[in-house]
Design a protein around this ligand. Structure first.
Ligand SMILES: C[S@@+](CC[C@H](N)C(=O)[O-])C[C@H]1O[C@@H](n2cnc3c(N)ncnc32)[C@H](O)[C@@H]1O
Length: 258
């Protein structure tokens, strides 16, 4: 069932976008990010297609499967999984993040405590949430709990030392979070959305990998750069360098049989 032996390579016929990894794909994603503010729908629709392709590359078609999207924000990912025939549900704690018309059946719930029985999901999906929770280990435990044995867990996050680690105040976070936030306010006239220690936390790749490897409820299928076109797994193997060069870590985990 798993295509885990072919990291980052879509099964024939499964992918809808350019090959992952490829320069063409990375450039398309980068161009979409440049328009995140003026055309968020197009940006997130592309990102959602890309992420769904990645899930299917590791786990086969999502059609007919239960997909749980934790911290899914606007719901673009949930909608994409539904468009592919999955029973997908959005769990999002912050109503301000929801779209005007969220996917039907959206649940306002915290990822630390999902209102789901153990082993409910075939695929548990969490894109760019881990760096926004104060206790990533508890968050990961909850993702593992709701995933059925043998099910797939997709977790990606932007690590703190990534050039994008400071989010809207990047790359000035290298000079310190407070200074970077103050600069953002001065330059834009708006307060920054993120405050370190409140809704953004310094998550590191090395620490996260050590934690995940020590767990007995999941095993790592792949640890790779999510968006990068080259050496996607190699870069993650180099301590130090990986914190700067990975940009965004994608962990594909398999829930261990219990
Ligand atoms: C950067 S957004 C990512 C949204 C979407 N998943 C994406 O990739 O575009 C971070 C999301 O994490 C959510 N979040 C923060 N803390 C959370 C928690 N404890 N449980 C679940 N989601 C959380 C936020 O409300 C927000 O929607």
């Amino acid at each position: 069932m798993s295509a885990g032996g072919l990291p980052g390579r879509a099964r024939p016929g499964a992918g809808r976008g350019p090959k992952d990894p490829s320069l063409r794909r990375s450039l398309a994603l980068f161009r979409a990010f440049l328009h995140e503010q003026d055309d968020p729908d197009a940006c997130y629709a592309l990102l959602a297609r890309d992420a769904a392709d990645q899930v299917e590359a590791y786990d086969g078609p999502v059609a007919g499967r239960i997909v749980v999207d934790v911290g899914g924000g606007s719901g673009h990912f949930t909608e994409e999984f539904r468009a592919r025939g999955a029973d997908a549900y959005l769990f999002e704690p912050d109503v301000r993040e929801l779209a005007e018309k969220p996917p039907e059946g959206t649940v306002v719930a915290d990822g630390y405590l999902l209102p789901l029985a153990d082993g409910t999901a075939d695929v548990t999906f969490s894109s760019n949430v881990l760096e926004h929770v104060a206790d990533p280990q508890t968050f990961l435990s909850e993702l593992a709990r709701v995933t059925r044995p043998g099910g797939l867990i997709y977790v990606s996050f932007t690590n703190w030392l990534s050039p994008w680690g400071g989010h809207e105040w990047a790359p000035w976070h290298y000079a310190g979070a407070e200074r970077a936030r103050a600069r953002y306010r001065r330059r834009t006239g708006r307060p920054a959305k993120h405050t370190l220690g409140e809704n953004l936390f310094p998550v590191h790749i090395g620490t996260t990998l050590r934690h995940v490897r020590a767990r007995d409820d999941v095993r790592i299928v792949s640890a790779r750069s999510r968006y990068w076109p080259f050496l996607t797994e190699t870069v993650v193997k180099v301590p130090g360098l990986r914190e700067f060069a990975t940009w965004n870590l994608l962990l594909i985990l398999r829930r261990c049989p219990v």
